[in-house]
Write a protein that binds this ligand. Structure first.
Ligand code: NDP
Length: 263
């Protein structure tokens, strides 16, 4: 039997075990997916091997460490600077990042946009900015503080104060944690209203709650999605890597979706 696990801190909230175990069942595979509460990044590599895992998903705050410890790094993961999926084969580890491609799949029905504004400059912003820029979208990243903007040398960057006179963006994405545990917006309401008034689409990476950002997007009558679709598709792509599967996307997606509906 193959063993897999998701590593993070905290980890109890993770929906990955349910999603992956339901897909394992649907495809009749001989495998089990567990959760592992890792408290110290230095123990990631050791834990992977001690548990005799065939693969793992890595969530906050260990995605950078996951890339660092891998023997082989996928080009996309390297460019994004973090990994959420590790495959272990013959005592070698391989790092991938499926967050960005999961996001692209989630917004597949947002048609024909050419400009995107990403609010926030953390790891998720980097993954999304990179895959969008790679697709030919003109990406701009804005953050409340300057420091992390230096990681985005492939696109335009601003602190919020300098964004006011901008001409507007068709897609606005919130990758900040604003609204996750409170009722705050990622930036000031007046600025956000100006930006959303010029947009057609919006995306919120947070899932499981209607955030103040999404409420505002609704008021502006934008086509919008929350992070559940991204969570789902990053899981589908990780699962395909775990089991070296091709062409089973819909079956895996439906099994994972069923598991998410039950949580
Ligand atoms: P990071 O900690 O790397 O980055 C957070 C960013 O948000 C930083 O730019 C930070 O600004 C900004 N920020 C944090 N709090 C606030 C606030 N109150 N107001 C304005 N800006 C704020 O986080 P990640 O990028 O790793 O994760 C971000 C979110 O994405 C999390 O909520 C996570 O749960 C979600 N996520 C969802 C996924 C999905 O599948 N749907 C997958 C991965 C993540 P500063 O630099 O100034 O500190």
């Amino acid at each position: 039997m193959k063993l897999f696990a998701v590593f993070g801190d905290p980890i109890m909230h993770s929906k990955s075990p349910r999603m992956h175990n339901n897909a394992i069942k649907a495809l009749n595979l001989n495998a089990l997916y567990l959760r592992y509460h890792l408290r110290d990044a230095c123990l990631l590599k050791q834990s992977l091997y001690e548990l005799k895992l065939s693969g793992a998903n890595i969530t906050l705050p260990f995605k950078e460490e996951a890339l660092k410890i891998a023997d082989f790094k996928d080009e996309l993961a390297l460019k994004i600077g973090s990994a959420n999926t590790l495959i272990i084969k013959e005592k070698q580890s391989y790092a991938y990042n499926t967050d960005g491609i999961g996001f692209l799949k989630a917004i597949e029905d947002f048609k024909d946009f050419k400009t995107a504004l990403i609010l926030g400059a953390g790891g998720t912003a980097k993954a999304l900015a990179f895959v969008l820029a790679n697709k030919g979208v003109k990406v701009c990243v804005a953050n409340r503080s300057q420091l992390r903007l230096k990681d985005f040398d492939f696109c335009e960057t601003y602190v919020y104060e300098d964004l006011r006179s901008n001409e507007g963006f068709e897609l606005v994405i919130n990758t900040t944690s604003a609204g996750l545990k409170d009722e705050s917006l990622p930036c000031d309401k007046e600025l956000l209203n100006t930006l959303l008034a010029k947009a057609s689409f919006a995306f919120e990476v947070i899932y499981g709650k209607k955030t103040p950002f999404l409420n505002l997007c609704e008021q502006h009558k934008l086509v919008y999605k929350d992070g559940l679709a991204m969570l789902l598709w990053q899981g589908v792509f990780a699962f395909k890597l775990f089991f070296e599967l091709e062409g089973k996307d819909i079956l895996i997606k439906e099994a994972m979706q069923e598991a998410l509906a039950l949580t």
